[in-house]
Design a protein around this ligand. Structure first.
Ligand code: NDP
Length: 251
């Protein structure tokens, strides 16, 4: 009997796969057996090389997800390159910081277009393909700010709350069609995105003191949750937002 977490023969699209959480998830999926389409602005050469070293097929798909055209061609491009599309991980994301009273339209649009608009239209493009082929798994990368307000990150909070709602809506619409739509909400994870926070001694101490696990998460901490939600072990899991946060939200 094969493991319920076995992803052999599946094709996974992972956005923002060149670094951080996206790279860790891509490599965890590859280790579980999936072939990988590594999507992003920066070519994910290292990720593709490591996935191939695991014996998987892996391809770079170049796309700037802040614009709609590459988002809409991405599903077809993956099918053309790897022969299918079974798993979509919407991971690419950016953050802009400013007080709400000073927040600019440019910072609003940049974040919402990349973090939310692209997520919906990638789900739509991949979902059409999955529905036509009998099913699939979609995993959206949310945040603690899917549940909390945060401060000085209005467009980021709106985008990540939006991902929570969208995940539930798509789960409702597509559960009967064999497509599972779920999300992962990472806590404080040590990546390039959070390097400035880690470098600030005072902020860093206040963050670590508040995390019940007593440490920052590592990008590899997200791998197991992604493999689970991508696998047949999660066939009856729908519209769930799985926190991987060292207990932050439990506090
Ligand atoms: P990083 O900044 O390390 O990586 C972000 C990734 O997104 C990069 O691969 C980047 O590619 C890609 N990306 C950004 N903009 C675009 C775009 N327009 N088109 C294509 N790709 C793009 O971030 P993390 O790994 O930390 O974060 C990954 C996800 O996890 C994000 O959605 C983030 O919001 C979320 N998250 C992270 C947390 C953390 O503590 N780190 C906490 C909660 C959520 P490129 O290098 O080419 O720009």
């Amino acid at each position: 009997m094969t493991s319920p977490f076995d992803l052999s023969g599946k094709v996974a699209v992972v956005t923002g796969a060149n670094t951080g959480i996206g790279q860790a998830i891509a490599l965890a999926l590859a280790a579980a057996g999936a072939d990988i389409a590594a999507v992003g602005r920066t070519p994910a050469e290292d990720t593709v090389a490591k996935a191939r070293a695991l014996g998987r097929r892996a391809e770079i798909v170049s796309a700037d997800l802040s614009t709609i055209e590459p988002v809409q061609r991405l599903a077809d491009e993956t099918v053309a390159k790897l022969g299918g599309l079974d798993i979509l991980v919407n991971n690419a994301g950016i953050i802009r910081r400013a007080d709400a009273v000073d927040f600019t339209e440019e910072d609003w649009d940049a974040v919402v277009d990349t973090n939310l608009k692209s997520v919906f239209f990638l789900c739509q493009a991949a979902g059409r393909h999955m529905i036509a082929n009998g099913g699939g798994k979609i995993i959206n990368i949310a945040s603690m700010l899917t549940f909390q307000g945060g401060i000085r990150v209005p467009s980021y909070t709106a985008s990540k709350s939006g991902i929570g709602g969208l995940t539930k809506l798509l789960a409702n619409e597509w559960a009967s069609k064999g497509v599972n739509v779920n999300a992962i909400a990472p806590g404080y994870i040590a990546t390039n995105n959070t390097a400035a926070l880690q470098a600030d001694e005072v902020r860093n101490k206040s963050i670590v003191d508040r995390i019940p696990a007593g440490r920052w998460g590592d990008a590899s901490d997200l791998g197991g949750a992604a493999v689970f939600l991508a696998s047949r072990a999660a066939d009856y899991v729908q519209g769930h937002i799985l926190a991987v946060d060292g207990g932050w939200l439990a506090r």
